[in-house]
Each structure stands twice: as C-alpha cells, then as structure tokens.
Ligand binder design. Structure first.
Ligand code: NAG
Ligand code: NAG
Ligand code: NAG
Ligand code: NAG
Ligand code: NAG
Ligand code: NAG
Ligand code: NAG
Ligand code: NAG
Ligand code: NAG
Ligand code: NAG
Ligand code: NAG
Ligand code: NAG
Length: 426
C-alpha cells in the first residue's frame, strides 16, 4: 500500500529547476518536498480512483493508463466508456494489449526505419512494427518501441480526491533513444471534465519526445443493445481539413493531403458517423494495406494565435446518439490521430462494468470496429519531415523548455435524436 504522503524530493528537485506550466503547483520546498493529498493507495485491483462532478475514473500505474471512466447517460444509467481490464496485474499478463488507455512514449506513433540522425549521430531505435522476413523485429518503431512507456509501471507521486500524478524516468539508451527523460503526467477530473497534462524533461542529451493519450472509447459502454460497434458514433473534426499522407504501413510519405468536402476523410464540414463511408470500397486501404476504416492523423488547422482552452469549438467531438454521451476534445496539440479499431479482433476482454451480461449473442470482448481511439499528439514522424517545421515541438535539449501536452476532455449529455435510437424514451 502507498503511504499517505509521498516524499518526492526527486520530483521537486527536477521540477523546480525547470520552467513550469502556468497553473502548475507543486507544494513543498525544493530539497525535501512532499506532495500532500488524500493519497489513498490502489484498490485490490491495483486501481486508483478519482472523482469529479458527474464523472469518476480509475487509473493504474501500468502505462499511467486510464482503466475506467464512468458517466451517467441521458437515461441516468452509468456507463464505463473506455477500454481497459478489470485489474492492473492483467495488463502485464496480456502482452497483446494495444496501448490500452496509456501514455505512448518517448515517441508516440511511428518512426520510419527505426532510426534517426541528430547532430551527425545516427540512433537506432528498437523496432516493433511491421515485421518482414528480413526484419523479424519490424521495420519501424511504434509508440516508443517494444518496451515503450505504456508497457512500464509508473510511480504515483500525488493522489487527491480529484487528481493523480504519475512519474516515469526513462534511462539513457532505453529502446535506443539518447539521454534520460523524466516525465510527469497529471489527470484531473472536474465538472464532467477530464484534464490531461503531460511534461517531459530531457535531462542529459538532445532527444526526440512526442507523447499522446491512447484511450479506446465506446460512448455506449459496449451496452448498446443494437450494436456492439462504434460505427454509429458521430465524429466531428472542425479543424481537420488536412491529413498526413501515409504509405501502406502507415509511415508518412511527406505529403499533406486535403480532406476535400464529402470525401472519405471529411469529418470537418459536418459531423459524420464513423461508419458512414464503410459501404464505399475506396475506404479499403485508407488505414494501411487491406485495412478498411481510419487510422489517420488529421491536422488541427487553427489560425494562430488561439487559446486552446476557450471557445465552443473543440478539435474533436465524438457522440453517440444511443447513450447521448458527447465528448468534446480541447487540446494544445496540432494533430489528432483517429483509429476506428479495424485491428481489433475480439481478443480484448470487456470489463465486468461493460457489455451485455445477459445476451449470449454478444461475446464479452471488443470486436472489430467496436471502439474509436482518439490521440491528441503532434505530426507523425515530424523528426523525419523537417519541412513541416515540427523541430521545436519534437526535439528537446536539456536547456530547452520541457515538452508539454495539455488536453481537456469535456463530456456532455446531448438529447438530440435520443428518441430515435436511444435507451428507452430518454
Ligand atoms: C525530509 O522529510 C522527511 C519526511 O518529512 C523528514 O523525516 C526528513 O528529516 C527530511 N529531511 C531533511 C533533510 O529535511
Ligand atoms: C450516476 O447516478 C447515480 C444515481 O444518481 C449516482 O449514484 C452516481 O454517482 C452517478 N455516477 C456518476 C459517474 O456520476
Ligand atoms: C484480472 O482480470 C482478468 C481479465 O478480466 C481476469 O481474467 C483475471 O481473472 C483477473 N485476475 C484477478 C486476480 O482478479
Ligand atoms: C506492474 O504492476 C503490476 C501490478 O499492478 C504487476 O503485476 C506487474 O508485474 C508490474 N510490471 C512490472 C514490469 O513491474
Ligand atoms: C535505415 O536504418 C539503417 C540502420 O540504421 C541504416 O543503415 C539505413 O541507412 C536507414 N535507411 C534510411 C533510408 O534511412
Ligand atoms: C457543472 O456545470 C454545469 C453546466 O456546465 C452547471 O450548470 C453546474 O452548475 C456545474 N456544477 C457545479 C457544481 O459547478
Ligand atoms: C446506425 O446508423 C444508421 C444510419 O447511418 C442507421 O440506419 C442504423 O439504424 C444505426 N444503427 C444503430 C444500431 O444505431
Ligand atoms: C490543398 O489545397 C490547397 C488550397 O486549395 C492547394 O493549394 C494545395 O495544392 C492542395 N494540396 C494538395 C496536396 O492537393
Ligand atoms: C461519406 O458519407 C457521407 C455521409 O453519409 C456522404 O455524404 C458522403 O458522400 C460519403 N462520401 C464518400 C466518398 O463515400
Ligand atoms: C484482406 O483482409 C481480409 C479480411 O479482412 C482477408 O480475408 C484477406 O485475405 C486480406 N487480403 C490480403 C491480400 O491480405
Ligand atoms: C448535439 O448533437 C447534434 C447532432 O450531432 C448537434 O447538432 C448539436 O450541436 C449537439 N448539441 C450540443 C449542445 O453540442
Ligand atoms: C434496446 O433496449 C431498449 C431499452 O431497454 C428497448 O426499448 C429496445 O427494444 C431494445 N432493442 C433491442 C434491439 O433489443
């Protein structure tokens, strides 16, 4: 069990030596600080609970992952709307887990050829994606490599009723990356909101850093009695007029494509069901070789300057008419990956809080297209595409400001059209 108060002299000695994000407050003195709070330890399933108004969530040390997120829908029925496992120990046992609610790092998404030349020195990262006979380990590095940040147990450094902070120290050379990186991830629940703040500090060498939050959503809690899938969720990406072109293994080609109106990837001109274009054969290949659906990185084309926190226009809105639960994503990040779970094959178990327990026709698993993953992040593989100008956002030296990712997930209940498809009369 964790102690009531965590001694975090390490955290504060680093954090206080660095620029901080506005609003960030670590209590205590620089040399020997404690972060106060009602730091009750994990429950018997290894989960840490926090609550806000109308929202409750569990997190685990493994990957600093969200494991449960509860919201009451328009009928007042509580839904657990994120993918996860019933207990923390199972994440390490089920090694096939697909970055289940965690923090991919030190470099999220794909790195071409698992290598990168920085200041004349070539670094080889551990490959873990797209194996071939010649390269059985893979030809690129996905989400920081086979032992990326979301395969490791983080340390809980603060835990209050409504927030939790995890920390990870990634050693020099791990997965081939240069230099040590120290990271802090804080999750806070408010009034139907889930706020995310990530910091990463390069402490010894120049290194690429790009993080994300990799949550699997089904806004019906997989309890929609008419479908096990998320293809009826509507998605709106009001700033997503362009996307990063990728090859058949989802490595950027360097091109930025326009999502012309009414095209397969047009989610900007009006909200569209994720499955709206699944009858169009051209959707095959849109998410890689022989893949139907979406695994695409849309650009958040906002006119600068902007304040990402304010305004009514999120970078993404996901909504299910069945539950009426609506998620608005606000973020400081400039890109947004959407994955429609085409790679799921029923091998991932639902939690006891999800699914239809009384319907034998509905296996207690996440089926293909049963979820949507939304990933706030920067441009994929920006380190290999200098023409995109992502350098300052993706490459960090010890003397630089820290890497920062901020997002605010704001939930709402939207009664529109509930009567049509909804649970009861709504
Ligand atoms: C650091 O804090 C701990 C716990 O409060 C205390 O026991 C210890 O004496 C402190 N050490 C220093 C050097 O102040
Ligand atoms: C859902 O509503 C029930 C009954 O009012 C309440 O006990 C529960 O805390 C609510 N759930 C959330 C996540 O707010
Ligand atoms: C943990 O969860 C997994 C998946 O739901 C289940 O198979 C396993 O029995 C659970 N283990 C414990 C100790 O509860
Ligand atoms: C991570 O923590 C879980 C328990 O929550 C444990 O089962 C697992 O072995 C740990 N993994 C590592 C790599 O330490
Ligand atoms: C791919 O990586 C290998 C191993 O580091 C290197 O020899 C080769 O030049 C790289 N190819 C490209 C096209 O960057
Ligand atoms: C929560 O937000 C809603 C609307 O967004 C507001 O009506 C309500 O008063 C807020 N609740 C609290 C306790 O602040
Ligand atoms: C899904 O949406 C389509 C319209 O695009 C509708 O015909 C169908 O009934 C919906 N299915 C469910 C299960 O909501
Ligand atoms: C995207 O649209 C802009 C503005 O219409 C145009 O200048 C550009 O050539 C287009 N890009 C591509 C790849 O078609
Ligand atoms: C995609 O679906 C939308 C909504 O049904 C439709 O308006 C659009 O024409 C479709 N686009 C393609 C390319 O099939
Ligand atoms: C494409 O995927 C389907 C299943 O989704 C599979 O049956 C088929 O063999 C695949 N085709 C190729 C060329 O891999
Ligand atoms: C509710 O959803 C409908 C349909 O997508 C949309 O037109 C409307 O703007 C949403 N309402 C709110 C308050 O977001
Ligand atoms: C789904 O559940 C609702 C409310 O419980 C019910 O009205 C509806 O008939 C059910 N639909 C199916 C296909 O079972």
């Amino acid at each position: 069990m964790f102690a009531k108060i965590f001694t975090v002299s390490f955290l504060t000695s680093v954090a206080f030596a660095r620029p901080q994000i506005p609003g960030e407050t670590y209590t205590g003195t620089a040399d020997n600080a404690t972060i106060a709070g009602d730091s009750s330890g994990p429950d018997s399933n290894g989960k840490f609970q926090i609550s806000g108004i109308g929202i409750r969530a569990n997190f685990i040390a493994y990957g600093a992952s969200i494991s449960n997120l509860f919201i009451n829908d328009t009928s007042g029925v509580e839904r657990d709307i994120v993918g996860g496992f019933d207990n923390a120990s199972y994440y390490a046992i089920d090694r096939q887990h697909p970055h289940f609610g965690g923090v991919p790092g030190r470099y999220a998404n794909r790195i071409k050829n698992s290598s990168f030349t920085l200041d004349g020195e070539t670094y080889n990262f551990t490959p873990n994606d797209n194996p071939t006979p010649e390269h059985p380990g893979g030809v690129d590095t996905l989400h920081g490599g086979p032992d990326g940040w979301d395969w490791r147990n983080w340390t809980v450094v603060a835990h209050t009723d409504n927030s939790i902070t995890f920390s990870l120290t990634d050693p020099d050379g791990k997965e081939g990356f240069p230099g040590e990186v120290v990271s802090y991830v804080t999750y806070t629940l408010g009034n139907m909101t889930w706020d995310i703040r990530m910091i990463a500090l390069s402490t010894t060498k120049v290194t690429p850093i790009m993080l994300s939050s990799h949550t699997y959503w089904n806004l019906d809690g997989w309890q929609n009695n008419e479908t096990a899938l998320a293809l009826n969720h509507s998605l709106w990406l009001p700033y997503g007029g362009q996307r990063i072109a990728t090859d058949t293994i989802l490595i950027p080609t360097g091109d930025i494509l326009n999502n012309t109106k009414e095209s397969l990837n047009d989610f900007w001109s009006t909200p569209k069901q994720v499955g709206a274009n699944f009858t169009n054969p051209e959707l095959n290949g849109n998410c890689g070789f022989n893949c139907t659906g979406y695994d695409n990185c849309y650009i958040n084309n906002r006119a600068a300057p902007y304040d990402w926190r304010v305004g009514d226009i999120p970078v993404a809105r996901l909504r299910s008419a069945w539950s009426g639960i609506q998620l608005d994503v606000f973020t400081d990040q400039d890109a947004f990956q959407v994955y429609s779970c085409g790679g799921q094959n029923g091998s991932m178990a639902l939690k006891s809080t999800q699914g239809l327990h009384d319907d034998p026709s509905r296996p207690r698993v996440i089926e293909q297209y049963g979820c949507v993953v939304l990933e706030v992040q920067d441009y994929i593989d920006g380190i290999h595409n200098p023409e995109w100008g992502r350098g300052k956002k993706q490459i960090f030296a010890p003397e630089d400001d820290p890497y920062v990712l901020q997002a605010s997930y704001r939930f709402g209940l939207n009664d529109t059209a509930v009567g049509l498809l909804g649970p009861g009369s709504g």
